[in-house]
Design a protein around this ligand. Structure first.
Ligand SMILES: [Zn+2]
Length: 227
């Protein structure tokens, strides 16, 4: 099996990208790429999440991470579809992704999905979402993945029982900076995909997650069958 479909998942902070990526990635032959997981820990702590350049990463580091991941995926041959959670984040990263896919996964169809919700829902999701420091051992102590609250005690993790925390980047000052950066970069990201003849599909993420998963899966299936 070779990598045939790449789904870059884009959208503002807290729109629900990781939740959707987890669900899509759970399908047979699917995997999720998260840049942080393929970057040396020292780099992560160096880039940090300062308000000035939240999570900024240089292109050399990004290319090394992508090459390592795509090479490993191609060799293993067990993955047909990769969901790129919150990647690419800049126009340079778009060009990098397309160039590296052309090397490691010839003929791979790229279906970028940009999720959006109304501003009130976006704020509510940012305020409500929680992460678990125990279940997600982030090298920079900045876990990102949505944790499931326990039905008995919503303050605690359903999986390990540990206390849940807000995401560091959801603190109001950081959140505003991340939202500004997203809006600034999103235009270049869409343009860079467009210049390569790849259409970014806008998708409403306000529906129930199961509905969103079904909608996106159908879109991707239609798009990849067209080739
Ligand atoms: Zn936990």
């Amino acid at each position: 099996m070779s990598l045939a479909v790449a789904i870059p998942l884009l959208g503002p902070p807290a729109v629900g990208k990781s939740t959707l990526a987890i669900r899509l990635g759970a399908a047979d032959g699917c995997a999720v790429f998260r840049l942080r997981a393929h970057v040396p820990p020292a780099r992560l702590t160096a880039t940090g999440s300062s308000a000035a350049s939240p999570g900024w990463m240089d292109d050399v580091t990004v290319q090394a991470a992508l090459d390592g991941y795509l090479d490993q995926t191609a060799r293993a041959g067990a993955v047909r579809c990769v969901v790129f959670d919150n990647f690419p984040g800049t126009s340079a990263q778009v060009r990098l992704l397309l160039a590296r896919l052309a090397v490691h996964a010839i003929g791979c169809v790229v279906v970028p999905i940009e999720l959006s919700v109304d501003p009130v829902t976006l704020l509510r999701r940012a305020v409500q979402r929680r992460v678990c420091h125990r279940c997600e051992r982030d090298p920079a102590h900045d876990p990102r993945l949505p944790a499931q609250p326990s039905p008995q005690n919503p303050q605690r993790c359903a999986q390990c029982g540990g206390v849940l925390h807000p995401r560091r980047g959801d603190a109001p000052s950081l959140r505003a900076a991340r939202l500004r950066r997203y809006r600034r970069e999103a235009v270049g990201v869409r343009d860079a995909f467009g210049a390569a003849g790849v259409e970014v599909i806008r998708c409403d993420g306000s529906a129930d997650i199961a509905e969103t998963v079904a909608g996106v899966s159908e879109l991707v299936a239609t798009r990849s069958a067209r080739r």
